[in-house]
Design a protein around this ligand. Structure first.
Ligand code: SIN
Ligand code: FE
Length: 294
């Protein structure tokens, strides 16, 4: 199976044929990256003029936007520029939402819209506070403070670099191999630790076993230098004016370089998948022979 699957959609409100919709669904759930070389998120001249890596608050990686509250966070600029960035992010969030809803009609009523991020900082040479935050290392997505409660993480990306610079990714091995390799190395959580983390606000909700194992797989992958070098992998370049998406909790990925990109997160209950058995949750439960929703 190829790691990437191109589709020639060029509109933000695509009307896929039933066959196309089925192909999108199967490719995504099989763990391929869906690539849209003809889908361009248009940046306005005024927006491009405000592009700078200094837009991000010191200590933060990205500017974030929340469609439901219509609030932008971590943008540092004068009021006029902040408004320009805010409007651009809102427009992207709406485009991404519409695109995903039209391309995956089966997911539409179950899909939860998460944060939008604008990433104006060059990845290459970017400082990270810890190896766990270093996204140039292969990983599957899992975040310490935001458990998914078993939901899938679906992410939609757009490269909007105005200087013809691609966003360069690495893609690793299929998720079953990742899980088989790292899951046996992970200990059960310490009794009571997850309730304490929840009570003290270290996690935004209770970290269920699934999130515990996913987070430790994420950390172990990034920590294992020889794995990073030796595992079967492929480098991919996403040119400017293209988009792509994947279940990033399933696809082993890393970003090597690039500047100016958007990302829109979505969450999807496993039951809403066409084939829930293809999820990391179901695979880990099968291997461990127990429910991980606790
Ligand atoms: C990541 O999800 O690890 C980063 C991807 C990117 O910013 O291109
Ligand atoms: Fe990631």
């Amino acid at each position: 199976m190829k790691r990437i699957k191109p589709f020639d959609f060029s509109k933000w409100k695509p009307t896929p044929t039933p066959d196309e919709a089925k192909e999108c669904l199967q490719s995504l759930e099989n763990g391929q990256v869906l690539y849209f070389p003809n889908l361009n998120f248009q940046i306005k001249a005024q927006e491009q003029e405000s592009f700078s890596s200094n837009l991000v608050k010191p200590g933060r990686k990205n500017i974030s936007y929340d469609l439901s509250s219509d609030l932008t966070k971590a943008c540092e600029a004068n009021l006029e520029t902040q408004n320009i960035i805010h409007e651009m992010m809102k427009r992207f969030a709406n485009c991404a939402l519409e695109f995903v809803q039209c391309t995956f009609p089966q997911y539409k009523k179950h899909l939860i819209t998460g944060r939008t991020s604008f990433r104006p900082v060059e990845i290459k040479g970017r400082q990270n506070s810890s190896y766990k935050k270093n996204d140039t290392l292969l990983h599957i997505d899992s975040f310490p403070s935001t458990p998914t409660n078993g939901k899938r993480i679906l992410r939609f990306f757009a490269n909007v670099n105005p200087f013809d610079i691609p966003r360069v990714w690495r893609l690793g091995e299929p998720h079953k191999q990742v899980i088989k390799r790292f899951l046996p190395q992970i200990k059960s959580p310490i009794w009571g630790s997850r309730s304490l983390m929840n009570r003290f606000g270290i996690t935004k909700s209770y970290r269920i076993l699934y999130d515990h194992y996913m987070l430790h797989i994420h950390d172990k992958m990034k920590m294992d230098q020889s794995y990073q070098e030796k595992v079967n992998q492929e480098i991919l370049e996403f040119p400017p004016m293209t988009c792509w998406m994947a279940f990033t909790d399933q696809v082993s990925h890393a970003v090597l370089s690039g500047q100016y990109a958007f990302e829109q997160s979505f969450y999807l209950p496993v039951e809403a998948q066409d084939s829930p058995e293809k999820s990391p949750l179901n695979y880990m439960e099968k291997l461990l022979q127990k429910s991980l929703m606790e």
